[in-house]
Design a protein around this ligand. Structure first.
Ligand code: SF4
Length: 332
């Protein structure tokens, strides 16, 4: 399996507090190791404040990496993302792109759809003539199932779904290999999310792209992604092939996320563990297992020691002191 993205112990830190002498550090992403195979759809799930968006931004080189390793290798180039700069960074910008899963995200109201999609080509200097730009824009608009007639219009004329296609086309026009698709903080209508997801998935298959799909909603991710990593306060608490995570979630937090999804099976109701309380502030993180303030199974060790990320099965890792005992107690 060839990896497009591979990180080891990746951390992103922000200095917080006012004043030049402020030494307070916020660890938004704290020691993340992930492997994203080429051509896969990799999901990252967590509540707001989990660091999922910052992780995506770090891989796009939009926020600085504080520690750890991060590589990008698409078969054509092999980049160390921690040191990437100059012409290589410029080149990476066309290989890695961000899509907001928010159809109402800013699309300039004064630009035509054609100009919105063409802008990255012009900014990055990827085409040599207006004809070349136009033909590239048309090609990508068709891939995103946009009506070519619409290229002459302005974005306000369109529905949410079409606006979404426009921003996807804009992200794809430079010919990227790696796409980070991040839902906006505002919760989207479920039907719009499903549309976006289906479009992204078909584009991914058609064009052989690699996706990192970031969402707060496990049920959305579950139907699309090959592999899912669950984040909590900057750490990965569980990571597994999607099917495996669905059938055999091990971490109390993942189980709580699953039980928030209404079950169609009456036998499953009542097994739900409700997730109490709020995610602690990333600036004031609890010691030990970061989930202990909300975990119904927390013991003394949980409050003192951070659990390691154990491999429980092939490709399936979990970070919980008690995952083994907890698995035994859960009826099959
Ligand atoms: Fe809960 Fe302890 Fe496991 Fe953390 S380590 S998830 S507090 S049981």
């Amino acid at each position: 399996e060839e990896l497009l993205i591979s990180t080891r112990d990746l951390s992103v830190e922000f200095k917080i507090g006012s004043g030049v002498f402020s030494k307070k550090i916020l660890k938004a992403v704290d020691g993340i190791s992930i492997d994203i195979p080429r051509g896969s759809f990799f999901g990252v799930v967590g509540e707001s404040g989990s660091g999922k968006t910052t992780l995506g931004r770090a891989l796009l080189k939009a926020v600085p990496i504080a520690h750890g390793e991060a590589r990008y290798n698409d078969g054509e180039v092999d980049y160390d993302l921690t040191t990437l700069a100059g012409p290589d960074l410029k080149d990476y910008r066309k290989r890695a792109q961000l899509i907001f899963q928010d159809p109402y995200a800013a699309l300039s109201p004064r630009m035509t759809v054609r100009d919105i999609i063409a802008e990255p080509l012009e900014v990055m200097g990827l085409t040599k003539s207006r004809e070349e730009t136009d033909s590239r824009v048309r090609e990508i608009a068709e891939k995103c199932r946009l009506n070519l007639e619409h290229l002459r219009r302005f974005p306000h004329a369109f529905s949410g779904g079409q606006r979404q296609r426009i921003s996807i086309a804009r992200a794809l026009v430079s010919g990227p290999q790696f796409i980070v698709a991040d839902e906006s903080v505002a919760a989207l209508d479920v039907s719009i999310q499903a549309d976006v997801l289906n479009l992204l998935k078909s584009i991914q298959r058609e064009m052989g792209l690699t996706f990192m799909f970031i969402s707060h909603d496990l049920s959305v991710v579950a139907h699309t992604c090959d592999h899912v990593a669950v984040m909590y306060l900057g750490r990965i608490v569980e990571s597994a092939p999607t099917r495996q995570l669905f059938d055999n979630a091990r971490h109390p937090y993942t189980k709580a996320l699953f039980s928030a999804i209404p079950s169609l099976d009456p036998d499953d109701r009542g097994k739900a563990q409700k997730l109490e309380g709020e995610i602690p502030s990333p600036t004031n993180q609890p010691p030990g297992c970061k989930f202990h303030t909300r975990c119904p199974f927390a013991t003394d060790i949980c409050k003192r020691e951070e659990p390691p990320l154990d491999t429980c099965e092939e490709g399936h890792a979990v970070s919980c002191h008690h995952w083994q005992e907890l698995s035994e107690n859960v009826p099959a």
